[in-house]
Design a protein around this ligand. Structure first.
Ligand code: PHE
Length: 356
């Protein structure tokens, strides 16, 4: 029927539905009603004028088209009126039931990832012993990641099958451990060692290795490095400090055990086990029946590491350790798959106390 109506009416017909939906209160609806079906100056009034002026033989058909359109508009307006009234009633009911004395709804808030909270806890355990936090970049030089740590040119860790090198800068890599923070910190403080009387710090952070992802491996994970340099430091100091820290973390009845091991940057080097905190060293799935769980690598700082930083190894000595955070978090929380720590599934974080 459109072909009978002049363009301005066709345009009005097309914009009606949209204009109707845009009416958010009865005032706006009244204005729209006036513009479309009002007695004067409306689209409907204009249509009546057109009908009057139309040639006799078109009047019937045009009249029917105009009536149909007018009826369509009137029904639309009525339906919208009913809708708006319902909304208004609902709004009034809500306002009447609102009790200003009720506590406001508390929005759900995020929280630190359990790995970050564990690293924070370690920092807090070491703080009373005078340890502060040092940081280093995740993109490292070969010099800091390997050379300064007495790692020989042909060491397997340097292979591109184990380490992520930057394609555009083959001398740069994603650090494979937090030990380069040892090198950076020693280089920085070497000049003031005498004035400082030594140095002690923790270095928590992300590290990267070319490992396939599975329940116990990830190409990105976290370590906490610890280092102390002073006068006459030996294995007894390392053992005593670790015993204190690991008991603070795993409980006062925790025992520790040092097994000889090799890392190029310590001599002697060791791996440290804790008595299984889950079964009380009786033997369980986590400790694989042995009663012990390996927790970190450590040792006395190799003289070459001090020498590289310009520190006299005849005068200074110290210890260092590096521990894997995911391993420890998995054990403490009995989480069987480390990927859960990275996926940020709210249900997991909530179960871990990560969301209040
Ligand atoms: N950097 C070693 C690793 O990633 C851990 C370590 C740190 C060992 C310090 C000894 C001393 O496995």
């Amino acid at each position: 029927m459109d072909h009978l109506l002049p363009p301005e009416i066709v345009k009005a017909e097309h914009s009606f539905t949209e204009s109707l939906a845009a009416c958010l209160d009865t005032d706006a609806l009244l204005r729209l009603k006036g513009a479309y079906v009002g007695r004067e100056g409306s689209h409907a009034a204009r249509m009546m004028e057109l009908l009057k002026a139309a040639p006799k033989d078109q009047k019937r058909e045009l009249g029917a088209a105009i009536n149909a359109l007018k009826q369509q508009w009137e029904e639309g307006l009525k339906a919208r009126q009913t809708e708006l009234e319902a909304v208004k009633r609902q709004r009034n009911a809500l306002a009447a039931s609102w009790d200003p004395a009720l506590p406001p709804p508390v929005p759900a808030s995020g929280a630190l990832n359990p790995l970050n909270r564990l690293m924070d806890r370690l920092v807090e355990v070491f703080r009373p012993l005078g340890f502060h936090v040092e940081e280093g970049p995740e993109i490292e030089t070969e010099a800091h990641n390997f050379d300064g740590l007495n790692i020989p040119e042909d060491h397997p860790a340097k292979a591109s099958s184990d380490t992520f090198y930057l394609a555009a800068h083959p001398d740069l890599l994603l650090r494979t451990h937090t030990s380069p923070v040892q090198v950076r910190t020693l280089l920085r403080v070497a000049k003031d060692m005498a004035a400082r009387g030594g140095i002690r710090f923790l270095a928590p952070g992300r590290v990267y290795r070319k490992d396939e992802i599975d329940p116990t491996h990830s190409p990105m994970f976290h370590q906490v490095e610890g280092m102390l340099v002073g006068h006459g430091i030996g294995m007894q100091h390392l053992k005593g400090t670790l015993e204190y820290a690991l008991r603070a973390l795993f409980g006062p009845r925790t025992e520790i055990r040092l097994r000889p091991s090799y890392f190029p940057f310590v001599e002697p080097g060791c791996e440290v086990d804790v008595s299984c905190p889950l079964c009380g060293a009786k033997g369980c799935r986590v400790c694989k029946g042995s009663g012990w769980v390996e927790i970190l690598g450590a040792g006395l700082i190799h003289p070459n590491v001090l020498k590289y930083a310009g520190i006299d190894s005849a005068e200074w000595s110290g210890w260092a350790f590096g521990m894997g955070v995911e391993r420890m978090a998995m054990m403490l929380s009995q989480t069987p798959d480390l990927r859960l720590f990275f996926e940020n599934d709210q249900r997991f974080l909530k179960a871990m106390g990560g969301l209040d």
